[in-house]
Each structure stands twice: as C-alpha cells, then as structure tokens.
Design a protein around this ligand. Structure first.
Ligand code: G3I
Length: 371
C-alpha cells in the first residue's frame, strides 16, 4: 500500500499539471493495517466473527478496538442466555444483551444470538417450575419475546444448543434435558417454529459440539446429529443450519479430513448450511514453549479448516473469543502448569498469531460462495 504522502501527491499531480507522478512506493502493509479476518472471509462471501464477553466489552477498550478490524460479526459469550435474560418467570432483562447489540450496530457488525434453548445457564426458577402442561408456553414466550426484541438486529440464532448425548439412550441420541423431560423431542420443533415466527429473516441454527474428531464417541455424535437433522428436515421443522462449535484440541491426533469432509457433505445434502460457531484450539495437552504451542495450534486449525471450508455450505467462522486475554478454557480446562492458554487468533498483547494466519490462509484458498 503506497504511503499516504505518495498517494496524496499522486492524487494532486493531475490538478497541479505536474510531470509524471513519482514512482509508487510499494511498502508491505504494516501488520496493524493489513486486512482483518473478516476481509479475508468477505472476499469469499463468507464471514468471520468472535464471541464477546460483556465484561470485556465494558472494560477492555484496547481489546474492543480490534473487534471491528478483525470481525464482521459478534456473538454474546453469555449475555443472551436465559440466566442473563430471565431474572424471574414474568420478567425479561435485555440490558447486557443490548450492550452488545448496540456495540454491533455502532460498528456495523452483524450479530449472532446464542442461545434460545440450552440445558445450561438457566435461572434457578426454571427447571423446578417446568411441567408438561406449562413448558410449551414458557418456551414459546421466551423465544417470542427474545427474538422479537432483537428482530432484524440478530441475523442468526443458535435456536437449540447441545441437543444430543447418545449416552443418554434417548430417541435420536437426544440429551435428556429439562426440555426433553417436559415436552419430549418436539421441544426442538417448537423452538425452531417459534423462532421462525418471531423473525423469519434470522438464520436458524442447531448448535453442537463434539462433531470434529475421528473418535468413536464423536462418530456416534455425528451419526446422531445426522439422524436428528434428517428427521427434522423430513418433518419440515424449519432448521436451516448446523452449528459446529469446533472447540478443537491442539494435541488431538484423530483429526481426519476425509471424515470431516464427508460429514459436511452429508449435512449439506440435507439442504442445510454449516456455521463454525465457537472455534478455539486448546493447548493444555501441549508443551509450555509458546512458539511450539502457537505453531502446533495453527497447524491443527489449518488442517481442520482445510477439511471443512471447501464445502460451500460452510458460510462462516466464529471463534470463541478474539484474544487470549479471555478464554473459557482457562477456567474450565486449565493447563497443569497453570500457564494461560493460547487458543485464539490474537495474543494477550492483541498481536496476530500463527493461528490468525491459519484462519486467513484457509479462507484465502477456499472458493467464493454463491451470491
Ligand atoms: O458475569 C458473571 C460475573 O458477574 C460473576 O462475578 C462471575 C462469577 O460468578 O460469573 C460471571 O458469569 C459467568 C459468565 O460465564 C461470564 O463470565 C458465569 O458464571 C459462567 O457460568 C459463564 O460461563 C460461560 C459458559 O458458557 C456457561 O454459560 C462461558 O463464559 C462461556 O464461554 C461458555 O460458552 C459455552 C457455549 O455457550 C456453548 N458451547 C460451549 C461453550 C464453552 O463452555
């Protein structure tokens, strides 16, 4: 990119009748000026985004300054969950979620809603209150009001999060959640139909983890997910996309690109899109050396993305955070040496890491999605 001075001179030259403009100085873009990840994604009619914790949004201005540079989309890491939205059975509190929605609008970022139905992060009053008689009304009231509040501001909803757990021995490998107990499998139908009614324009996503590796327990999950999605599609339940959370493990050797490509093809054959919804790469199984960890994580992520991105049904990548300054992994899956993990594209100094280059590189080599 030419330096501003030469660009100004070039622009001024014709007006001044000057002689031939000075030779263009081609300086490589300095890192902070190089295009962000969403620029790499949007060249392919895809998107890149990140999960944002409202504590970061409220307090870390340096972190947040990098969000519009790198992202075209944001999602609340916690703010849109029942525990934040529903202080009481007859009350909604959208203040935390509105903080992120307002930020997204101000920076012209698209917004994901996560999640309308989950078995975790529910308010204490919910499960004890739920009965087969009142559950449908409680569920539809939540979705109608929440999706209605964010109508035309949230462009994608994780309608149901983590619906499967084959080990529970339920039909279609469904997880035996409070909603399954109260309503049976039709809770999923009700959730998607309520979301479609409240905002037909928002993409409706069934979001899930543990679909990524060639391990027996994840093969069972992939099969259960395909069976569930086939059943929903066969009954015209308005699910539109699968969310592959993609919480990766840099030390996991069972990453089989053929298995991943086949799974994505099977999902796409059902007429569904795929969103990579929560990608990060934990390093708690890797040695402490930072250069080694960063390289291993970058290579792992690149192998994963090179397996899934070739399928045009995959429409975007969202990482579960933008910078290592904050990751759920440090609380939930800490390293035994207690070192902070490095699972995200920017480091704690907000500098781009090899993982950033892996995501950019995988986007650069994939195909342009149809308009
Ligand atoms: O905001 C409160 C704060 O005021 C309080 O002082 C603090 C200590 O109690 O808790 C804070 O809330 C925590 C919240 O994260 C924000 O940091 C909640 O206790 C904690 O349960 C919550 O954890 C989140 C978890 O989902 C459960 O909702 C994680 O941040 C979030 O990364 C994690 O994300 C999930 C996805 O939703 C689904 N896929 C898996 C993924 C990782 O578990």
């Amino acid at each position: 990119m030419p330096s501003p001075l030469s660009r100004r001179m070039l622009l001024a030259a014709p007006l001044l009748g000057a002689a031939a403009p000075p030779p263009r100085v081609h300086k490589p873009p300095t890192p902070h000026l190089a295009p962000g990840l969403n620029t790499h994604a949007s060249r392919k009619r895809m998107f890149y985004g990140a999960a944002i914790d409202t504590q970061i949004l409220r307090t870390d201005t340096a972190y947040m300054a990098h969000v519009p540079i790198e992202c075209g989309m944001v999602v609340g890491e916690y703010a849109f969950k029942w525990s934040q939205l529903r202080p009481a059975p007859d009350r909604f509190d959208f203040r935390q979620a509105d903080l992120l929605a307002t930020y997204a609008a101000r920076h012209r970022l698209r917004l994901r809603g996560h999640a309308l139905v989950w078995y975790q992060s529910n308010p204490d009053w919910l499960e004890p209150m739920l009965t087969p008689d009142n559950a449908e009304n409680i569920l539809t009231t939540h979705i109608r009001n929440t999706v209605g509040h964010f109508r035309r501001r949230v462009v994608q909803w994780d309608v149901v999060n983590e619906a499967i757990l084959p080990e529970d021995g339920k039909p279609h490998g469904l997880r035996n959640t409070l909603w399954l107990k109260a309503l049976g499998p039709r809770y999923i139908d009700i959730a998607f139909e309520s979301c479609a009614k409240a905002d037909p324009g928002a993409l409706r996503v069934l979001n899930e983890y543990g679909l990524e590796y060639a391990l027996p327990w994840q093969e069972r999950r992939r099969n259960a997910m395909l069976e569930l999605l086939s059943d929903l599609r066969a009954r015209n339940v308005p699910v539109q996309a699968l969310g592959m959370q993609s919480h990766l493990d840099g030390a996991e050797i069972h990453l089989d690109q053929k298995v991943l490509a086949k799974f994505c093809a099977d999902v796409a054959s059902l007429g569904l899109k795929i969103v990579i919804t929560e990608m990060d790469v934990r390093d708690n199984g890797l040695p402490a050396d930072i250069a080694l960890r960063d390289a291993a994580i970058a290579a792992h992520a690149r192998a994963y993305l090179d397996a899934v991105l070739p399928n045009p049904a995959v429409i975007g990548v969202v990482t579960w955070g933008l910078s290592d300054r904050r990751s759920w992994l440090d609380q939930t899956m800490p390293r035994t040496d207690k070192l902070p993990q490095r699972p995200l594209p920017l480091d704690t100094d907000l500098k781009r890491k090899p993982l950033w280059a892996s995501i950019a590189g995988a986007l650069d080599v994939t195909t342009v999605r149809p308009a």
